[in-house]
Design a binder for this molecule. Structure first.
Ligand SMILES: Nc1ncnc2c1ncn2[C@@H]1O[C@H](COP(=O)(O)OP(=O)(O)O)[C@@H](O)[C@H]1O
Ligand SMILES: [Mg+2]
Length: 259
């Protein structure tokens, strides 16, 4: 029997573990001992042991991918479809959200327009769907409109072929949160927004939350009717509109106090 440097006996399983590590199957290497003991107890045959080991490695990789993608996406934490209280917001059709949660709309490059007053859960729903999109393997990015415009200004003179690598251009699911809240956009902001929408048209799914109904959109884009029409033309060509008409979740405690 050979020994390791700290004099503990070298077991056959150590060699197997090393081979797994060399092959990049770190998690399988970690759980090998445990799985083999469990296999003896449960009377598992060889192919079952191998299959379980590979499945555990794959699951761990997927969990790591999801964690990294969530971090890169900029999605605010704590907003999932699982912790959304649908009973509180009856104007939202739970079945429609469950259908959207399959993410079939993402590869179809469908726009999601989420309208409603403050606090009704617009951001929460879009973020919850974003988490689902990541779980399904899509790339996701979240921006407040203001932050996005700031980024786009910095990139305003970047050549189009280099722009393609920008996250807000190439992710499969882009959330632009809080459109229409601030002052009307300058012509330059509105043009940059059009460039984004035009590039993503037929290439990615764009999700917009807004407190303004579509008829008030010219006011958002600096009263430029032609530009607004061009933006809406691209956005609404293939779109799902969610109108959330209800109470503010943020103000419910205040409502109770005032009763
Ligand atoms: N139906 C709901 N169930 C659970 N939490 C909710 C619900 N609606 C809103 N919230 C929570 O209330 C806060 C405000 O919601 P948010 O999505 O930011 O609203 P909006 O974007 O419409 O202003 C967030 O913390 C959100 O997680
Ligand atoms: Mg919001």
């Amino acid at each position: 029997m050979s020994t390791t440097s700290n004099n503990s006996p070298r077991l056959e399983i150590d060699g197997t573990r090393e081979k797994l590590v060399q092959l990049g199957l770190g998690h399988a290497a970690e759980v090998l001992g445990e799985e083999l003991s469990e296999a003896v107890k449960q009377n598992r045959v060889a192919h079952q042991v191998l299959d379980r080991l590979l499945a555990l490695e794959l699951r761990q990789r997927d969990e790591r991918r999801i964690k990294t993608s969530l971090k890169l996406s900029g999605l605010p934490p704590g907003m999932t479809l699982g912790n959304f209280d649908f009973a509180f917001q009856p104007s939202l059709d739970k079945r429609q959200i469950e259908t959207l949660a399959t993410c079939a709309f993402v590869p179809e490059h469908t726009t999601l327009l989420v309208q409603g007053p403050p606090g009704v859960g617009k951001t929460h729903i879009c973020v919850g769907l974003g988490v689902k999109a990541i779980e399904h393997g899509f790339s996701v990015a979240f921006y407040l409109l203001e932050e996005l415009l700031h980024e786009m200004h910095k990139d305003a003179d970047v050549a189009p072929q280099r722009l393609r690598r920008k996250k807000y251009f190439n992710v499969a699911y882009l959330i632009v949160d809080e459109v229409g809240f601030g002052d009307p956009m300058s012509h330059r902001d509105a043009s940059l927004f059009f460039r984004l929408v035009n590039y993503r048209y037929m290439r990615g799914s764009t999700v917009i939350t807004t407190n303004k109904s579509v008829k008030d959109w010219p006011g958002i884009f600096g009263c430029d009717e032609a530009l607004t029409a061009a933006i809406l033309d691209r956005l609404l060509d293939k779109s799902v509109v969610l109108n959330i008409r209800g109470r503010s979740y943020r103000l419910q405690d205040l409502e109770k106090l005032l009763k």
